[in-house]
Design a protein around this ligand. Structure first.
Ligand code: EPU
Length: 337
């Protein structure tokens, strides 16, 4: 187990904000996690469990414990004629898992290529891209309850998945720490290629395979999204809002080319990036905070931006979108502090 005091989180958040935490604790296995959860001193402290910090905005130094898992491993625990079940340590880098699945010919997560972050956080956040969400392949999620210390295995249904939501993100529930994620992947390749310009990109390849889908997705993402290692960012800063059909019709009269996604509910999902672009923010910067020039949904740290400066720009975007469209944007990024 690794325990650090007054530790910089600069390399643990993809905005690269140089805040410090009073304690940083990294455990290597479930036994170490149990031990630290039972520690009376640490129980008194404020705490937050992070993955690679690719969806966090630190506003201040953190006066508590930041937990980080170092539970690794990808194990094939079951194989049938049609599918495999993989048990994956929460600290496994998500994109390594995707690369491994694709190289073995197992389908289901290839559309989720190159999403930053670790596997535990991916299951909490219900990551999604190009028409696929991790919920489509999650069989179970193994956890520890941070208050009762009990181990619990959540079925997919018990995870209460919805767009960028889950049981684990709901602050009314007891905090749960994810230790392992079990994914069911398919051996027969069922591709999902109808989202946006994925088909167009795939037309450049001689055939459609798991490997070419992964390559196409990586190409599209690299074109649109900044690499957090080069330019600090946390991907989409806001969620795409859902609005009523009447509301959508009213906006459409004024903006006939408004893009939208159909949803299964009686609502229409609007790309927040489009709303932000319409309000004139795309490519603009405010001090060290930029609105990415190729995708307005992404806020970037141009150098030494502070968390609260990013939050201020986000707030001015929210009010501009609300004023012009009557739509309230909700951050996808979690504010800390
Ligand atoms: N658009 C604009 N201007 C912009 C950006 C987007 O007009 O600056 C419009 C365009 O019409 C474009 C449409 O929005 O066709 C959709 O854009 P894009 O395909 O980039 O997807 P998105 O809805 O902005 C969502 C996810 C992304 C995910 C992509 C692809 C959310 C909040 N974001 O973005 O996820 O990669 O779809 O599936 O749902 C993330 O969560 O961090 C993330 C990057």
């Amino acid at each position: 187990m690794r325990i650090e005091q007054n530790y910089s989180l600069e390399q643990h958040n993809t905005f690269h904000i140089p805040v410090k935490t009073r304690w940083f604790i990294e455990y290597n296995n479930e036994e170490e996690l149990q031990r630290v959860l039972h520690d009376e001193y640490f129980q008194e402290c404020l705490s937050l469990h992070i993955g690679s910090g690719s969806n966090l905005l630190f506003l201040n130094d953190y006066n508590g414990i930041i937990f980080h898992s170092n539970i690794k491993g990808v194990n094939l625990v079951e194989e049938t004629d049609n599918s495999v079940l993989l048990r994956i340590g929460a600290a496994e880098k998500w994109d390594d898992v995707v690369a491994y699945a694709v190289s073995n010919g197992w389908s289901g997560i290839e559309n989720l290529s190159l999403i930053p972050g670790e596997t535990g956080a991916a299951a909490i956040q219900n990551i999604g891209a190009y028409g696929v969400e991790i919920k489509d392949v999650v069989e179970t999620v193994e956890t520890y309850n941070q208050l009762s210390f009990e181990k619990r295995i959540f079925t997919n249904k018990e995870c209460e998945y919805a767009y960028r939501r889950s049981y684990f993100k709901n602050e009314h529930n007891d905090p749960h720490i994810v230790t392992y994620v079990n994914l069911r992947l398919q051996k027969n390749t069922q591709f999902s290629i109808n989202y946006g310009n994925l088909k167009e990109e795939l037309a450049k390849y001689p055939e459609i395979t798991l490997a070419t889908i992964r390559e196409a997705i990586i190409t599209i993402r690299k074109e649109k999204l900044p690499d957090p290692a080069v330019l600090g960012n946390a991907g989409s800063f806001f969620m795409n809002p859902l609005i009523s059909i009447e509301h959508f019709e009213r906006i459409k009269k004024q903006y006939p080319s408004i893009p939208f996604y159909p949803t299964t509910e009686n609502k229409i999902k609007i790309p927040a990036g489009w709303l932000i672009e319409q309000c004139g923010f795309k490519g603009k910067s405010h001090g060290a905070v930029g609105v990415y020039e190729k995708q307005a949904l992404v806020l970037v740290n141009l150098g030494d931006a502070k968390g609260h400066e990013i939050a201020l720009v986000a707030e001015s975007i929210r009010s501009a979108v609300n004023e012009r469209f009557g739509i309230e944007l909700m951050p996808e990024v979690k504010y800390v502090g």
